[in-house]
Design a protein around this ligand. Structure first.
Ligand SMILES: Cc1cc2nc3c(=O)[nH]c(=O)nc-3n(C[C@H](O)[C@H](O)[C@H](O)COP(=O)(O)OP(=O)(O)OC[C@H]3O[C@@H](n4cnc5c(N)ncnc54)[C@H](O)[C@@H]3O)c2cc1C
Length: 310
Protein backbone atom coordinates (compact mmCIF):
# COMPACT_ATOMS: atom_id res chain seq x y z
CA UNK A 1 0.00 0.00 0.00
CA UNK A 2 1.24 3.45 -0.98
CA UNK A 3 2.70 5.00 2.20
CA UNK A 4 1.61 8.54 1.32
CA UNK A 5 -1.99 7.50 0.75
CA UNK A 6 -2.02 5.69 4.04
CA UNK A 7 -0.66 8.73 5.91
CA UNK A 8 -3.12 11.08 4.25
CA UNK A 9 -6.08 8.82 4.95
CA UNK A 10 -5.00 8.51 8.56
CA UNK A 11 -4.37 12.23 9.11
CA UNK A 12 -6.84 14.03 6.86
CA UNK A 13 -9.97 11.90 7.16
CA UNK A 14 -11.83 11.22 10.37
CA UNK A 15 -12.91 7.64 10.84
CA UNK A 16 -11.49 4.27 11.69
CA UNK A 17 -8.58 2.88 9.69
CA UNK A 18 -7.46 -0.73 9.88
CA UNK A 19 -4.42 -2.13 8.05
CA UNK A 20 -4.28 -5.67 6.66
CA UNK A 21 -7.74 -6.34 7.97
CA UNK A 22 -8.83 -9.96 7.29
CA UNK A 23 -11.97 -9.79 5.20
CA UNK A 24 -13.20 -13.21 6.32
CA UNK A 25 -14.35 -11.29 9.40
CA UNK A 26 -16.57 -9.13 7.18
CA UNK A 27 -18.25 -11.74 4.97
CA UNK A 28 -21.05 -14.17 5.76
CA UNK A 29 -19.10 -17.02 4.10
CA UNK A 30 -16.28 -16.29 6.53
CA UNK A 31 -13.64 -16.57 3.84
CA UNK A 32 -11.36 -14.06 2.12
CA UNK A 33 -7.88 -12.59 2.47
CA UNK A 34 -7.01 -9.17 3.92
CA UNK A 35 -7.85 -5.68 2.74
CA UNK A 36 -4.65 -3.63 2.48
CA UNK A 37 -6.69 -0.95 4.26
CA UNK A 38 -10.21 -0.91 5.63
CA UNK A 39 -11.58 2.55 6.28
CA UNK A 40 -14.82 3.58 8.01
CA UNK A 41 -15.40 7.29 7.36
CA UNK A 42 -16.97 9.30 10.16
CA UNK A 43 -19.42 11.13 7.89
CA UNK A 44 -20.15 12.38 4.37
CA UNK A 45 -17.30 14.91 4.35
CA UNK A 46 -14.74 12.34 5.37
CA UNK A 47 -16.07 9.86 2.83
CA UNK A 48 -15.58 12.35 -0.03
CA UNK A 49 -12.11 13.27 1.23
CA UNK A 50 -11.15 9.60 1.40
CA UNK A 51 -12.50 8.84 -2.07
CA UNK A 52 -10.63 11.85 -3.50
CA UNK A 53 -7.34 10.66 -1.97
CA UNK A 54 -7.83 7.04 -2.98
CA UNK A 55 -8.75 7.90 -6.58
CA UNK A 56 -5.92 10.43 -6.92
CA UNK A 57 -3.49 7.69 -5.85
CA UNK A 58 -4.94 5.34 -8.48
CA UNK A 59 -5.75 2.84 -5.76
CA UNK A 60 -8.63 0.34 -6.16
CA UNK A 61 -11.53 0.74 -3.75
CA UNK A 62 -14.53 -1.37 -2.81
CA UNK A 63 -17.53 -0.64 -0.61
CA UNK A 64 -18.92 -3.44 1.46
CA UNK A 65 -22.08 -3.58 3.53
CA UNK A 66 -22.77 -6.76 5.46
CA UNK A 67 -20.66 -8.89 3.11
CA UNK A 68 -23.59 -11.29 2.78
CA UNK A 69 -23.51 -11.46 -1.00
CA UNK A 70 -19.79 -11.33 -1.44
CA UNK A 71 -17.03 -13.85 -2.17
CA UNK A 72 -13.69 -12.21 -1.39
CA UNK A 73 -10.83 -14.19 -2.88
CA UNK A 74 -8.01 -15.56 -0.73
CA UNK A 75 -5.52 -12.89 -1.86
CA UNK A 76 -7.80 -10.28 -0.31
CA UNK A 77 -8.39 -6.81 -1.69
CA UNK A 78 -5.23 -4.93 -2.69
CA UNK A 79 -6.64 -1.47 -2.07
CA UNK A 80 -9.04 0.33 0.25
CA UNK A 81 -12.25 -1.29 1.45
CA UNK A 82 -14.81 1.23 2.63
CA UNK A 83 -17.44 0.36 5.24
CA UNK A 84 -20.20 2.75 6.30
CA UNK A 85 -21.30 1.74 9.82
CA UNK A 86 -21.56 5.40 10.84
CA UNK A 87 -24.09 6.08 8.09
CA UNK A 88 -26.71 4.73 10.44
CA UNK A 89 -29.60 7.19 10.66
CA UNK A 90 -33.26 6.34 9.95
CA UNK A 91 -35.77 9.21 9.64
CA UNK A 92 -39.44 8.32 9.59
CA UNK A 93 -41.49 11.28 8.35
CA UNK A 94 -45.24 11.41 7.86
CA UNK A 95 -47.05 10.00 4.81
CA UNK A 96 -45.01 6.80 4.71
CA UNK A 97 -41.85 8.64 3.69
CA UNK A 98 -38.66 7.24 5.21
CA UNK A 99 -34.97 8.01 4.74
CA UNK A 100 -32.38 5.47 5.76
CA UNK A 101 -28.61 5.74 5.50
CA UNK A 102 -26.68 3.01 3.74
CA UNK A 103 -25.02 1.50 6.79
CA UNK A 104 -28.28 0.72 8.59
CA UNK A 105 -28.88 -3.04 8.89
CA UNK A 106 -31.75 -3.99 6.62
CA UNK A 107 -33.50 -5.98 9.31
CA UNK A 108 -33.21 -3.17 11.83
CA UNK A 109 -34.86 -0.83 9.31
CA UNK A 110 -37.68 -3.31 8.68
CA UNK A 111 -38.28 -3.71 12.44
CA UNK A 112 -38.59 0.06 12.80
CA UNK A 113 -40.96 0.28 9.83
CA UNK A 114 -43.19 -2.48 11.18
CA UNK A 115 -43.28 -0.81 14.61
CA UNK A 116 -44.29 2.44 12.90
CA UNK A 117 -47.08 0.66 11.00
CA UNK A 118 -45.43 0.96 7.60
CA UNK A 119 -45.64 -1.95 5.17
CA UNK A 120 -43.85 -2.87 1.96
CA UNK A 121 -40.65 -4.53 3.13
CA UNK A 122 -41.79 -7.05 5.76
CA UNK A 123 -41.30 -10.01 3.37
CA UNK A 124 -37.59 -9.14 3.38
CA UNK A 125 -37.35 -9.59 7.17
CA UNK A 126 -34.30 -11.63 8.10
CA UNK A 127 -32.31 -10.93 4.93
CA UNK A 128 -28.84 -10.14 6.23
CA UNK A 129 -26.80 -7.11 5.20
CA UNK A 130 -27.13 -3.37 4.97
CA UNK A 131 -29.54 -0.94 3.36
CA UNK A 132 -26.81 -0.03 0.83
CA UNK A 133 -26.33 -3.68 -0.10
CA UNK A 134 -30.09 -4.27 -0.35
CA UNK A 135 -30.34 -1.34 -2.75
CA UNK A 136 -27.41 -2.41 -4.91
CA UNK A 137 -28.62 -6.02 -5.05
CA UNK A 138 -32.31 -5.09 -5.22
CA UNK A 139 -32.80 -7.70 -2.50
CA UNK A 140 -36.11 -9.48 -2.60
CA UNK A 141 -38.27 -12.23 -1.21
CA UNK A 142 -41.68 -13.47 -2.23
CA UNK A 143 -43.40 -10.72 -4.17
CA UNK A 144 -41.49 -7.85 -2.51
CA UNK A 145 -38.29 -6.26 -3.79
CA UNK A 146 -36.36 -3.45 -2.16
CA UNK A 147 -36.37 -1.35 -5.35
CA UNK A 148 -40.18 -1.26 -5.45
CA UNK A 149 -40.39 1.05 -2.43
CA UNK A 150 -37.47 3.29 -3.37
CA UNK A 151 -38.26 6.87 -4.41
CA UNK A 152 -34.72 8.24 -4.61
CA UNK A 153 -31.16 7.28 -3.79
CA UNK A 154 -28.33 9.45 -2.51
CA UNK A 155 -25.20 8.52 -4.41
CA UNK A 156 -21.62 9.73 -4.21
CA UNK A 157 -20.44 9.74 -7.81
CA UNK A 158 -16.94 11.04 -8.33
CA UNK A 159 -16.78 13.76 -5.69
CA UNK A 160 -20.43 14.81 -5.75
CA UNK A 161 -23.42 13.67 -3.74
CA UNK A 162 -26.76 13.75 -5.55
CA UNK A 163 -30.24 12.36 -4.98
CA UNK A 164 -31.27 10.35 -8.05
CA UNK A 165 -34.83 9.25 -8.77
CA UNK A 166 -35.49 5.52 -8.57
CA UNK A 167 -36.30 5.35 -12.30
CA UNK A 168 -32.64 6.07 -13.10
CA UNK A 169 -31.60 2.93 -11.28
CA UNK A 170 -33.73 0.69 -13.54
CA UNK A 171 -34.33 -1.89 -10.81
CA UNK A 172 -34.63 -5.45 -12.09
CA UNK A 173 -34.27 -8.91 -10.56
CA UNK A 174 -31.25 -8.58 -8.20
CA UNK A 175 -30.04 -5.59 -10.16
CA UNK A 176 -29.79 -1.81 -9.86
CA UNK A 177 -28.05 0.34 -12.45
CA UNK A 178 -25.09 2.14 -10.88
CA UNK A 179 -21.89 3.43 -12.47
CA UNK A 180 -18.60 1.80 -11.44
CA UNK A 181 -17.34 3.54 -8.31
CA UNK A 182 -20.74 4.92 -7.28
CA UNK A 183 -21.32 4.77 -3.54
CA UNK A 184 -24.84 4.60 -2.15
CA UNK A 185 -25.08 6.69 1.03
CA UNK A 186 -28.85 6.84 1.69
CA UNK A 187 -32.23 5.85 0.30
CA UNK A 188 -35.62 7.56 0.39
CA UNK A 189 -38.48 5.08 0.61
CA UNK A 190 -42.23 5.34 0.23
CA UNK A 191 -44.02 2.77 2.41
CA UNK A 192 -47.67 1.94 2.76
CA UNK A 193 -49.41 2.61 6.11
CA UNK A 194 -50.89 -0.61 7.48
CA UNK A 195 -52.20 -2.29 10.60
CA UNK A 196 -49.18 -2.64 12.95
CA UNK A 197 -50.50 -5.94 14.34
CA UNK A 198 -50.85 -7.52 10.89
CA UNK A 199 -47.44 -6.19 9.85
CA UNK A 200 -45.91 -7.56 13.05
CA UNK A 201 -47.49 -10.96 12.38
CA UNK A 202 -46.16 -10.98 8.80
CA UNK A 203 -42.71 -9.99 10.11
CA UNK A 204 -42.70 -12.75 12.73
CA UNK A 205 -43.85 -15.31 10.15
CA UNK A 206 -40.98 -14.40 7.79
CA UNK A 207 -38.39 -14.51 10.57
CA UNK A 208 -39.64 -17.94 11.64
CA UNK A 209 -39.60 -19.19 8.06
CA UNK A 210 -36.07 -17.89 7.49
CA UNK A 211 -34.75 -19.46 10.66
CA UNK A 212 -35.62 -22.81 9.13
CA UNK A 213 -34.68 -21.94 5.54
CA UNK A 214 -31.28 -20.57 6.61
CA UNK A 215 -30.38 -23.66 8.62
CA UNK A 216 -28.38 -24.98 5.68
CA UNK A 217 -25.49 -26.51 7.62
CA UNK A 218 -22.92 -23.72 7.67
CA UNK A 219 -22.00 -20.14 6.76
CA UNK A 220 -23.30 -19.13 3.32
CA UNK A 221 -24.08 -16.16 1.11
CA UNK A 222 -27.68 -17.14 0.42
CA UNK A 223 -28.54 -18.12 -3.14
CA UNK A 224 -25.39 -18.41 -5.23
CA UNK A 225 -27.06 -18.24 -8.66
CA UNK A 226 -29.93 -16.15 -9.99
CA UNK A 227 -33.03 -18.03 -11.13
CA UNK A 228 -33.01 -18.19 -14.93
CA UNK A 229 -36.27 -16.88 -16.47
CA UNK A 230 -39.08 -19.36 -15.73
CA UNK A 231 -36.79 -21.78 -13.87
CA UNK A 232 -35.41 -22.36 -10.41
CA UNK A 233 -31.64 -22.50 -10.06
CA UNK A 234 -31.90 -24.93 -7.13
CA UNK A 235 -33.95 -27.39 -9.23
CA UNK A 236 -31.41 -27.34 -12.04
CA UNK A 237 -28.50 -27.82 -9.62
CA UNK A 238 -30.25 -30.59 -7.66
CA UNK A 239 -31.36 -32.25 -10.91
CA UNK A 240 -27.75 -32.40 -12.05
CA UNK A 241 -26.79 -34.26 -8.87
CA UNK A 242 -24.81 -31.55 -7.06
CA UNK A 243 -26.50 -31.60 -3.66
CA UNK A 244 -24.00 -32.59 -0.96
CA UNK A 245 -20.97 -32.47 -3.28
CA UNK A 246 -17.82 -30.68 -2.11
CA UNK A 247 -14.61 -29.10 -3.25
CA UNK A 248 -12.23 -28.66 -0.32
CA UNK A 249 -14.21 -27.11 2.52
CA UNK A 250 -17.00 -25.83 0.25
CA UNK A 251 -20.12 -27.94 -0.04
CA UNK A 252 -23.46 -27.67 -1.84
CA UNK A 253 -26.01 -27.65 0.98
CA UNK A 254 -28.09 -30.81 1.43
CA UNK A 255 -30.99 -28.56 2.47
CA UNK A 256 -30.92 -26.05 -0.38
CA UNK A 257 -29.10 -26.84 -3.62
CA UNK A 258 -28.55 -23.16 -4.49
CA UNK A 259 -26.64 -22.55 -1.23
CA UNK A 260 -22.93 -23.32 -0.98
CA UNK A 261 -21.78 -23.61 2.60
CA UNK A 262 -18.43 -23.24 4.28
CA UNK A 263 -18.45 -26.70 5.80
CA UNK A 264 -15.32 -25.91 7.82
CA UNK A 265 -11.99 -24.46 6.76
CA UNK A 266 -13.16 -23.55 3.24
CA UNK A 267 -10.96 -21.28 1.16
CA UNK A 268 -12.52 -18.78 -1.22
CA UNK A 269 -10.82 -20.74 -4.00
CA UNK A 270 -12.82 -23.85 -3.00
CA UNK A 271 -16.09 -21.92 -3.19
CA UNK A 272 -15.19 -20.31 -6.52
CA UNK A 273 -14.11 -23.68 -7.97
CA UNK A 274 -17.42 -25.21 -6.85
CA UNK A 275 -19.37 -22.32 -8.43
CA UNK A 276 -17.55 -22.82 -11.74
CA UNK A 277 -17.91 -26.63 -11.63
CA UNK A 278 -21.67 -26.35 -11.04
CA UNK A 279 -22.06 -23.74 -13.74
CA UNK A 280 -20.27 -25.73 -16.42
CA UNK A 281 -21.90 -29.06 -15.49
CA UNK A 282 -25.44 -27.59 -15.37
CA UNK A 283 -24.82 -25.99 -18.77
CA UNK A 284 -23.51 -29.28 -20.17
CA UNK A 285 -26.47 -31.27 -18.83
CA UNK A 286 -29.31 -28.77 -19.39
CA UNK A 287 -28.08 -26.13 -21.83
CA UNK A 288 -28.84 -23.40 -19.22
CA UNK A 289 -25.94 -21.14 -18.23
CA UNK A 290 -26.43 -20.01 -14.65
CA UNK A 291 -25.56 -16.45 -13.72
CA UNK A 292 -24.01 -15.83 -10.31
CA UNK A 293 -26.00 -13.71 -7.86
CA UNK A 294 -23.02 -13.45 -5.50
CA UNK A 295 -20.33 -10.91 -6.36
CA UNK A 296 -16.76 -12.19 -6.57
CA UNK A 297 -14.03 -9.67 -5.76
CA UNK A 298 -10.35 -9.43 -4.90
CA UNK A 299 -7.17 -11.16 -5.90
CA UNK A 300 -6.43 -14.87 -6.04
CA UNK A 301 -3.96 -15.88 -3.33
CA UNK A 302 -0.51 -14.31 -3.54
CA UNK A 303 -1.00 -12.01 -6.53
CA UNK A 304 -1.71 -8.37 -7.27
CA UNK A 305 0.36 -5.41 -6.13
CA UNK A 306 -2.78 -3.21 -5.82
CA UNK A 307 -1.86 0.45 -5.49
CA UNK A 308 1.61 -0.19 -4.10
CA UNK A 309 4.01 2.41 -5.38
CA UNK A 310 1.22 4.42 -6.98
C1 LIG B 1 -28.44 -16.67 4.80
C2 LIG B 1 -28.66 -15.66 3.68
C3 LIG B 1 -29.91 -15.49 3.13
C4 LIG B 1 -30.12 -14.57 2.10
N1 LIG B 1 -31.38 -14.44 1.59
C5 LIG B 1 -31.60 -13.51 0.62
C6 LIG B 1 -32.92 -13.33 0.09
O1 LIG B 1 -33.89 -13.95 0.51
N2 LIG B 1 -33.09 -12.40 -0.89
C7 LIG B 1 -32.04 -11.66 -1.37
O2 LIG B 1 -32.25 -10.82 -2.27
N3 LIG B 1 -30.77 -11.84 -0.89
C8 LIG B 1 -30.54 -12.73 0.09
N4 LIG B 1 -29.26 -12.91 0.57
C9 LIG B 1 -28.14 -12.19 -0.04
C10 LIG B 1 -27.76 -10.86 0.65
O3 LIG B 1 -28.13 -10.88 2.02
C11 LIG B 1 -28.41 -9.67 -0.05
O4 LIG B 1 -27.98 -9.57 -1.38
C12 LIG B 1 -28.07 -8.36 0.70
O5 LIG B 1 -28.94 -7.34 0.26
C13 LIG B 1 -26.62 -7.91 0.49
O6 LIG B 1 -26.38 -6.82 1.37
P1 LIG B 1 -24.93 -6.58 1.99
O7 LIG B 1 -24.96 -5.30 2.73
O8 LIG B 1 -24.47 -7.77 2.74
O9 LIG B 1 -24.08 -6.39 0.65
P2 LIG B 1 -22.58 -6.84 0.40
O10 LIG B 1 -22.51 -8.31 0.27
O11 LIG B 1 -21.66 -6.19 1.38
O12 LIG B 1 -22.33 -6.17 -1.04
C14 LIG B 1 -23.04 -6.61 -2.17
C15 LIG B 1 -22.65 -5.70 -3.36
O13 LIG B 1 -23.11 -4.39 -3.11
C16 LIG B 1 -22.02 -3.46 -3.10
N5 LIG B 1 -22.33 -2.47 -2.05
C17 LIG B 1 -22.70 -2.71 -0.78
N6 LIG B 1 -22.97 -1.56 -0.15
C18 LIG B 1 -22.78 -0.58 -1.05
C19 LIG B 1 -22.89 0.84 -1.02
N7 LIG B 1 -23.27 1.49 0.09
N8 LIG B 1 -22.60 1.54 -2.14
C20 LIG B 1 -22.22 0.92 -3.28
N9 LIG B 1 -22.08 -0.42 -3.37
C21 LIG B 1 -22.35 -1.15 -2.27
C22 LIG B 1 -20.79 -4.28 -2.81
O14 LIG B 1 -19.62 -3.67 -3.34
C23 LIG B 1 -21.14 -5.58 -3.53
O15 LIG B 1 -20.88 -5.46 -4.92
C24 LIG B 1 -29.04 -13.82 1.61
C25 LIG B 1 -27.76 -13.99 2.17
C26 LIG B 1 -27.57 -14.90 3.21
C27 LIG B 1 -26.19 -15.03 3.82
Amino acid sequence: MDRRLLDELAHRCRGELLRDEPLWRHTSWQVGGPAAVLFRPANHVDLVKAVRLIDAAGCPRLVIGGGSNLLVRDGGFPGVVLELPDFNVVRIAGDGLVEAEAGVRLNSLIKQLVAAGLGGLEALAGIPGSVGGALVMNAGAGSQEFGRVVEAVEILSGETFAWRPAAELAFAYRHARLAPGDIVTAVRLRLVPGDPELLQAAYAERIGHRRQAHAVGGPSAGSVFKNPPGQKAWELIAGCGWQGRSIGGARVSERHANFIINAGGAMAADIEALIEAIRSDVERQTGVRLEAEVRIVGAPAATGPGCEGA
